[in-house]
Design a protein around this ligand. Structure first.
Ligand code: FAD
Ligand code: FES
Ligand code: MG
Length: 283
């Protein structure tokens, strides 16, 4: 059992939760995620990135968007409630070194998983320029936290309700065309946004790292649900990733696979039952 210590609503569908998980808090590194199971009897397993952690307090923080049955159920929990299982930290930590200048791009909810990476890149002595983009002002996340650590911060919105009216690729292209060009770009967000960020960096020959959010079931390399094509090879996002060389990722194939269980997810009020007993079913 893991007690929820704090819950904040960041926007209509986005929540931040700080949960007691001392072992994970002590060992997690930037880029890693956990698998959360709200209740073990019927609960679906969902991967969520560790957006922050406090090893002294033994807590981890997750930021999630309530998009379907399980995330909506989690959003209904309050401080003092508990989630039954948290498995992690999972996935490979972000490769951190002193690259020089790194452009970090967070789209929508992607700003939250980007935050520990920005922190770690700064700590390693990089100049870190951050671009946060969202559909509108209300969906911009982590602005203050990023401002506190980034060397530069650009906010863009699709509708121009806050910051520049642009897609994230516009300031990204501007940064990439500077001389000297950035040493690395990191992009986290919806697959379509990462795909276009990668295309932009390719034009300028800037290396790009992306963090992939595929379907995951076990999160430990056994089910194959999270497989993606990277450089012509099949990779499992849970154990080989979640971060990959963006220039090698087959985004078209990944986006198709993301839709594979959509019908199932939409059944039972969006409850995903892949690999689970249905309510009322016995083993
Ligand atoms: P559903 O209605 O079941 O699904 C909505 C959509 O979410 C689906 O179309 C599918 O694209 C995706 N999804 C559904 N089930 C899974 C699953 N088991 N694994 C992965 N994706 C799934 N979301 C956040 O809001 N914050 C995060 O920090 C975050 N980090 C992630 C880290 C990793 C490594 C991965 C793989 C995913 C991450 N996600 C994150 C996505 C999150 O796991 C899904 O939004 C969540 O599983 C949706 O579940 P649902 O039952 O609420 O919605
Ligand atoms: Fe099962 Fe990755 S989630 S192999
Ligand atoms: Mg689901």
């Amino acid at each position: 059992m893991h007690i929820i210590l704090e819950k904040k609503q960041l926007s209509e569908h986005v929540f931040e939760m700080t949960i007691k998980a001392p072992y994970i808090a002590q060992s997690r590194k930037a880029g890693q995620f956990v698998i959360v199971q709200i209740d073990t009897e019927w609960g679906e397993r969902i991967p969520l990135t560790i957006a922050d952690a406090d090893p002294d307090k033994g807590t981890i923080t997750m930021v999630f968007q309530a998009v379907g049955a399980t995330t909506k159920k989690l959003a209904m929990k309050e401080a003092g409630d508990a989630v039954e299982n948290i498995l992690g930290p999972l996935g490979n930590p972000t490769h951190i070194e002193k690259f020089g200048t790194v452009i970090c791009v967070g789209g929508g909810i992607g700003a939250a998983p980007l935050y520990p990476i920005v922190q770690a890149l700064k700590k390693a002595g990089n100049t870190v320029k951050v671009i946060i983009g969202a559909r509108n002002k209300e969906l911009i996340l982590f602005e203050d936290r990023m401002k506190a650590i980034a060397d530069e911060l650009i906010i863009v919105t699709d509708d121009g309700s806050y910051g520049r009216k642009a897609l994230v690729t516009e300031p990204l292209a501007e940064y990439c065309s500077q001389n000297p060009k950035p040493d690395l770009a990191v992009a986290i967000g919806p697959p379509i946004m990462m795909k276009f960020c990668v295309q932009t960096t390719k034009q300028f020959d800037v290396p790009a790292i992306v963090s992939l959010n595929t379907i995951m079931i076990d999160g430990t390399g056994m089910c194959g649900g999270c497989r993606v094509n990277v450089g012509g090879e099949t990779k499992f996002v849970c154990v080989d990733g979640p971060e990959f060389d963006g220039h090698k990722v087959d985004f078209e194939n990944m986006m198709l696979r993301m839709q594979a269980y959509k019908e199932k997810e939409d059944e039972d009020n969006h409850a995903c039952s892949i690999g689970l007993k249905k309510k009322g079913e016995t083993a």
